[in-house]
Write a protein that binds this ligand. Structure first.
Ligand code: HEM
Length: 143
């Protein structure tokens, strides 16, 4: 489904291109987000993370999809609709500690595996997303 990623470090393509670009990037990001929230909604390992979200995940699904389209280097759907994401500020109402961060990462990594993403692509996306997820932490806790 997705192109194989070069391992030499010389691969300059954006994540959006690696996820299918103009032809299928949008559909693949949509599918990734749907799978991510389906896992969050059903996996007993992430009950605390699920409980932070509203009972209805429709708007969360739509917003994360729009955000990731732009974040990966594709169309800036979220910014066009809502303006600057101010992601950390928008997450301040939720008590995000290392455990919440790790539950979020667990869901996205499990989703990429379920969708048979190339291992190198999983590693690269997970590394970049971990940076964003870790930045969302807002609880004082021992490291
Ligand atoms: C670190 C762990 C994280 C937790 C616990 C968390 C939790 C949440 C919660 C509870 C919401 C509100 C959803 C609702 O309306 O039910 C939310 C919204 C959102 N999250 Fe996260 N999140 C995390 C990480 C991330 C990351 C890494 C990203 C992006 C890569 C992200 C992107 C978003 C976006 C775009 C929204 C919608 C913001 C808005 O416009 O209101 N989140 N998140």
């Amino acid at each position: 489904m997705l192109d194989k990623i070069e391992e030499s470090g010389s691969d300059k393509r954006t994540f959006f291109e690696l996820l299918g670009g103009e032809a299928s990037g949008i559909a693949n990001i949509r599918q990734l987000v749907e799978t991510f929230y389906d896992i969050m909604d059903s996996d007993p390992k992430v009950v605390p993370l699920r409980a932070m979200h509203q009972p209805d995940l429709t708007s969360a699904r739509e917003k994360l999809f729009m955000f990731l389209a732009g974040w990966t280097g594709g169309p800036q759907l979220y910014i066009e609709r809502y303006g600057h994401p101010m992601l950390r500020k928008r997450h301040l109402p939720f008590a995000i500690d290392a455990s919440a961060r790790d539950q979020w990462m667990y869901c996205i990594i499990k989703a990429m595996h379920q969708l048979n993403y190339d291992e190198e692509l999983i590693k690269k996306l997970a590394t970049q997303l971990y940076g964003v997820a870790d930045f969302m932490r807002n609880q004082n806790e021992p490291q």
